[in-house]
Each structure stands twice: as structure tokens, then as C-alpha cells.
Design a protein around this ligand. Structure first.
Ligand code: NAD
Length: 474
């Protein structure tokens, strides 16, 4: 059944609250604002999937396409028991604004399947994913030029591979089938750097905020990440890579949480050792030195400078906001801070780096994967050897003119030719730098209340003008 959405309460209302607050600072007319704000289409399906024991499970699933101002629409697929229509609509809306913030030419979408992947077999999940994809194909809710899914909570490269394989065998477009989904493994024509892109991007976003002395001084912080104490909520695809990147960039991860517990160590945790311990023992219990917090929610209230919530929405509410110690909150997850908590934290002087910018690294690199798949060639293939030859020539000329031989490490530096990960990583950094500059400039110049409002203002104006320029809005 395909139907237009009307009203709902909850997460989508929260997103629209932020939208309405920001829209007051734009010149976008009211009727156009109404078009931008609404969710264009939601496909809700229920389908049977055979269990391993022969019994049948009837599964409920969704795909929401929030905005068709740019095609394809783009957004992850979530596998969780509490997936709902409201949730996919909210997440799809966030995708629309996120893509606009980082100038990625997609509309926003999101999918969800009501299933707990931790308690299902691989064969059941494979059948379910194939059936879900078939349903999307039937209603044209997937395709390289229509709607392109990606991983979200509870899904990863494995599920994206199944989606691709199903689309390839059943979809209308065989030549460009690879571009029907992103977040595929590199061996299945994914792009290097996609897996870590969201977490790394969140830390790049944090570093941009921390780089402005004028912005960090009022918080009692010094510029830069070095030595800062960071808490990371959730050690999944986003949280784990964010935590690793914090350490790589000189910060200290003093606390981490998973769904059934948390660890805190003021001297800093070795995140990979935590992951290894959990993999071997099945829990965080017994990890040396660190304090174990049986309730993961307690992590958020521990002493720190920075908090990166990277688990789920609505983790920070009016209930726990007053007890948070973080001066900077970087929204690795979508919607982790609800509007009441958002207002309380601002009042208390904290700064939030908002989801529609902070976790956009994933969709930026998904965009690169989509381009790679459509062009049928990897980023370095046409340039790498040429670059090596050019570097070699340059080194030869330098050596001839100076009569000197460079130390081996300098020679290696000069001869280095970029490969795919170098292109992806620098393009991601560049995109996030340009976007941050835009958000910060508007925040300061228009004296907007916060970074979130500024990011939304920019997104609303971009999406609104795309509707008008492309003649979609009469
Ligand atoms: P994931 O399934 O890989 O990881 C989520 C993790 O959160 C899991 O490890 C789970 O154990 C943990 N968790 C759940 N409840 C928790 C709690 N109460 N306390 C602590 N940990 C808890 O999902 P993900 O892809 O890392 O996504 C996390 C968030 O980031 C979601 O909001 C998602 O929408 C958002 N996001 C993801 C991407 C992406 O590329 N994967 C991109 C942008 C935004």
C-alpha cells in the first residue's frame, strides 16, 4: 500500500520542531515551507518470511521518501523491533536536511524492518532482506535513480550485498544495478572508507568546532582535541569508529557504553581492547582497571569534556539533561537530543554539533560510492600510474639539478600516488570543512541561537530553492 502521510506524533514532530524554529529565520514562503516539511511518501508493507523451522513470521516494514526535490532519494535501512512509521519519516526528513547541508544531490529517505537481528539466524535475515528488496522493487521504492538504501542500526555491508544481489536479479536496470545500494563491502564494489565514514566524520565535525578559540573559550576549553576527555555512547558502526578516531587525533576516550553496560576510566580506555574483551567474554564485565556501570545510561552523566551519543534517538531528554557534564555534544546518532533537552543544554551553556551535520560523513561517502558504481571505474584507476610516473620524473629532475639524493622517507613521500582511500578521505574532509564554514558563518552573521538552527536554515533554503528552480513547485 502506498499512501500519503498526514500527521503523527513523536520523533517526526521533533524534527519538525527544529524545522519550524529555523524556518522563522528564512525568507522561504509558507506554502513552500509546507512542501519542504512534509514527508512525500511512505510505503508500509507486511510480508511472510519462512523461519528455519518451517514456521512463518509475518514481518512489518517501511520505506519513507521524505523529499523528491532531488533524485534518487537516499537513506539507511534499520533493523530493530521498535521501528515505526513515525521513526522512518523522522529519519527520512533528517536525511533530506543532511544531504542539503553537505551539498549531496539526494532527497531524503529511510527504511525500517521490525525485526531484532541479534536474535535471528543469518538464513532468516537473508530471506527477509531479499523479500523486503523485492517489495521495494515492485513499488519502485529502490533503484539507482529512484531511491538508494544504505546501512543503519542493525544492518551492514552483508545486508547491502543481499539487497544488491536481489536487485541485480529482479530489478529493471542491470547496467547500473550496483548503484542501487551503498555501504557494500569493498569486494562487492563498495568504496574504501565508507564503513568508518560516519564516525570519522563526526570527529572531523568536532575538530572544526574545537578549532575556533572564540567558540571554545566560553566553554572553559582550549582549542583542539588533544587531551580532551570524550564519552562515546554506543560502540556500533558509528560509535566504534568515532572512538578510534578520537584516540588517533589525540583525545582520550574516558567512557564507552553498549546496550547492556558501560565502562568509565578517567585515564582513558583502549577502545580496541574493550571491543576484543567484549567479543571474547560476551560482556564488558571484568575489563581491567575501568569502572563498570551496569546501567549504560549512567555513562552520559560521567565527568568529561565532550559527549558523542552514537546509539539511538531520544537518549538525552529533560530527565537526564541537567545531569550531563559535557560542554560539547556531537550528535553521531540521529536525533539523540530531544527538543526540551536541546533548550535546557543551550541554556546551561553547552554546545551541540547537530546530527544533520555531525553524522553526514556516511552519506557523503555513500555519494562517492554511488558515483563510482555509476561510472564503473574506481577513483584511482585512471590516475594512479600516471601520478607515479609524474612523481618519478619530478624526483629525477630534482636529483639531477641539485646533485643530491633525498633521504628514503622523503623520497617515498614524493613518489606516493594516491589510491581510493586517499581520494575518499580528502574529499570527505573537504566537504565537511566547507559545510562547517557555511554553518558557522551563518550562525555568527545572523546571530542565530545555535549551530542546529543555522544548519536547518541553510538546508531549508537549499531544498526550497531546488523545488522552485526545477519547476516542481508551481
Ligand atoms: P549499529 O547498529 O551499528 O550500532 C548501534 C549501537 O548502539 C549498538 O552497538 C548497540 O548495542 C548500541 N546501543 C543501543 N542502545 C544503547 C544504549 N542505550 N546505550 C549504549 N549503547 C546502545 O548502528 P549505527 O549504524 O552505528 O547507528 C547508530 C546511530 O547513528 C543511529 O542513530 C543511526 O541512525 C545513526 N547514523 C548511522 C549512520 C551509518 O552510516 N551507519 C550514518 C548516519 C547516522
Amino acid at each position: 500500500m502506498v499512501f500519503k502521510t498526514n500527521t503523527s506524533r513523536g520523533f517526526f514532530d521533533d524534527v519538525n520542531y527544529y524545522f519550524d524554529r529555523a524556518s522563522r529565520y528564512t525568507d522561504v514562503p509558507g506554502d513552500l515551507l509546507a512542501q519542504v516539511r512534509m514527508c512525500n511518501a511512505v510505503y508500509r508493507i507486511r510480508f511472510p518470511v519462512v523461519r528455519d523451522d518451517g514456521k512463518i513470521a509475518v514481518v512489518e516494514a517501511y520505506r519513507a521518501e521524505h523529499s523528491h526535490h532531488r533524485l534518487p532519494t537516499k537513506g539507511g535501512v534499520r533493523y530493530a523491533l521498535d521501528v515505526s512509521q513515525d521513526e522512518v519519516m523522522a529519519l527520512a526528513a533528517l536525511m533530506t536536511y543532511k544531504c542539503a547541508v553537505v551539498d549531496v544531490p539526494f532527497g531524503g529517505a529511510k527504511g525500517g524492518v521490525r525485526v531484532d537481528p541479534r536474535h535471528e539466524s543469518t538464513s532468516f535475515l537473508r530471506r527477509l532482506t531479499r523479500r523486503y528488496t523485492s517489495e521495494l522493487i515492485r513499488k519502485r521504492f529502490i533503484g539507482p535513480d529512484v531511491d538508494v538504501p544504505a546501512p543503519d542500526v542493525g544492518t551492514g555491508a552483508r545486508e547491502m550485498g543481499w539487497i544488491y544481489d536481489t536487485y541485480k536479479s529482479q530489478g529493471p536496470d542491470t547496467l547500473n544495478a550496483l548503484a542501487c545500494v551503498t555501504g557494500k563491502s569493498v569486494s562487492m564494489h563498495g568504496v574504501a572508507g565508507r564503513e568508518e565514514a560516519t564516525g570519522v566524520g563526526a570527529v572531523i565535525a568536532l575538530q572544526h568546532f574545537l578549532s575556533e578559540p572564540e567558540d571554545v573559550k566560553p566553554l572553559g576549553l582550549t582549542p583542539g582535541l588533544s587531551g580532551k576527555r570524550v564519552l562515546v555512547q554506543g560502540l556500533g558502526k558509528v560509535g566504534l569508529h568515532a572512538a578510534r578516531e578520537v584516540i588517533k587525533q589525540g583525545g582520550s576516550v574516558v567512557g564507552v557504553s553498549v546496550s547492556n553496560g558501560a565502562l568509565y576510566d578517567p585515564d582513558g580506555l583502549e577502545v580496541d581492547a574493550v571491543v576484543e574483551h567484549r567479543r571474547e567474554s560476551g560482556s564488558l564485565v571484568g575489563f581491567p582497571r575501568a569502572r563498570l556501570l551496569p546501567n549504560p545510561d549512567e555513562l552520559l552523566e560521567q565527568p568529561c569534556d565532550i559527549l558523542i551519543p552514537a546509539a539511538l534517538e531520544h537518549q538525552i531528554t529533560a530527565d537526564n539533561a541537567p545531569r550531563l557534564r559535557a560542554k560539547v555534544i556531537v550528535e553521531g546518532a540521529n536525533g539523540p537530543v530531544d527538543p526540551k533537552a536541546d533548550a535546557m543544554l543551550r541554556e546551561a551553556g553547552s554546545v551541540i554539533v547537530p546530527d544533520i551535520y555531525a553524522n553526514a560523513g556516511g552519506v557523503v561517502v555513500s555519494y562517492f560510492e554511488w558515483i563510482k558504481n555509476l561510472s564503473h571505474v574506481s577513483f584511482e584507476r585512471m590516475t594512479r600510474r600516471y601520478q607515479q610516473i609524474a612523481n618519478d620524473r619530478l624526483l629525477g629532475v630534482l636529483t639531477r639539478l641539485t646533485g643530491k639524493t633525498l633521504p628514503p622517507e622523503d623520497e617515498a613521500l614524493l613518489l606516493y600516488a594516491p589510491n581510493e582511500i586517499d581520494f575518499v578521505r580528502t574529499a570527505l574532509e573537504n566537504t565537511l570543512a566547507i559545510s562547517y564554514e557555511r554553518i558557522r558563518t551563518r550562525w555568527k552573521e545572523q546571530s542565530l541561537p545555535d549551530l542546529r538552527t543555522s544548519a536547518y536554515v541553510g538546508a531549508i533554503e537549499r531544498v526550497g530553492s531546488a523545488y522552485v528552480q526545477d519547476g516542481i513547485f508551481p
